[in-house]
Design a binder for this molecule. Structure first.
Ligand SMILES: *Cc1c(COP(=O)(O)O)cnc(C)c1O
Length: 227
């Protein structure tokens, strides 16, 4: 028995409560329901319960779900590692990509975005803890990349995304998110019209909301355990 509708109701309450505790508007934070490795029935139930934004990590799985759910009122976000040979179908079927960390990927998405679809929304993934071998642009290369991506046609640079290293204490969790907030502010001062911080998952979304997250990405909390 799926309990997606009830899960969503509780999560929306928690997000609104965290936003208010952080001194923000209760609708300041958008829920991205991460549906990777979840059933089609779960996604359909979530959509029926009013959820509009869904996140997928794997191109083929995402394309199959988008086709099978077949609703044109949903917004699909690609949040996995994007190989450059998979950009074409992402550009054609998704509305957002959260994980751009190099110019080459952005250039391909820009070239391959069908003109009829309008701009593809882009977040740059930042390796905010400077972890070796981890995806994401390093902070010292972020500004150059952001300015380059902002120039590309058919893309709209919306902001930044991160997956920080695991931390358990609330005050520790806030630190990388605060650094992300500062980076977004610096991009704004360079006249880039960015408005999005995609950060916070099941274990740290409250800390992310306290530091200005505009999109939190929750999977198991919405749908239950992954297959
Ligand atoms: C899987 C995933 C999530 C959601 O994780 P849960 O533990 O299911 O909440 C969020 N963001 C990214 C980038 C993911 O890959």
């Amino acid at each position: 028995m799926i309990r997606v509708t009830e899960n969503l109701r509780k999560i929306r309450e928690l997000l609104a409560e965290a936003a208010i505790d952080a001194g923000r508007d209760d609708s300041a934070v958008q829920l991205l329901a991460v549906s990777k490795k979840q059933t089609l029935a779960g996604v359909i139930e979530a959509a029926a319960a009013g959820q509009r934004d869904f996140g997928e990590n794997f191109v083929q799985e995402g394309l199959e779900k988008i086709a099978a759910v077949s609703r044109n009122d949903l917004c699909w976000h690609f949040i996995g590692h994007l190989q450059s040979n998979k950009t074409r179908s992402v550009a054609a079927h998704f509305d957002w990509v959260h994980t751009v960390d190099r110019l080459k990927t952005a250039q391909r998405l820009s070239r391959q975005r069908p003109a009829a679809l309008g701009e593809l929304n882009i977040c740059l993934q930042v390796n905010i803890d400077d972890e070796p071998g981890k995806s994401g642009v390093n902070v010292d290369e972020l500004f150059e990349l952001a300015n380059q991506v902002a120039q590309l046609p058919r893309l709209r640079l919306r902001g930044l995304m991160c997956l920080p290293a695991l931390r358990t204490r609330f005050e520790d969790q806030r630190k990388p998110f605060a650094a992300m907030r500062d980076l977004l502010g610096m991009l704004r001062r360079q006249s880039l019209e960015v408005d999005t911080l995609s950060m916070g998952m099941s274990s740290d979304f409250r800390a992310a909301i306290f530091e200005g997250a505009t999109i939190v990405r929750l999977g198991t909390a919405v749908f239950g355990k992954r297959k």
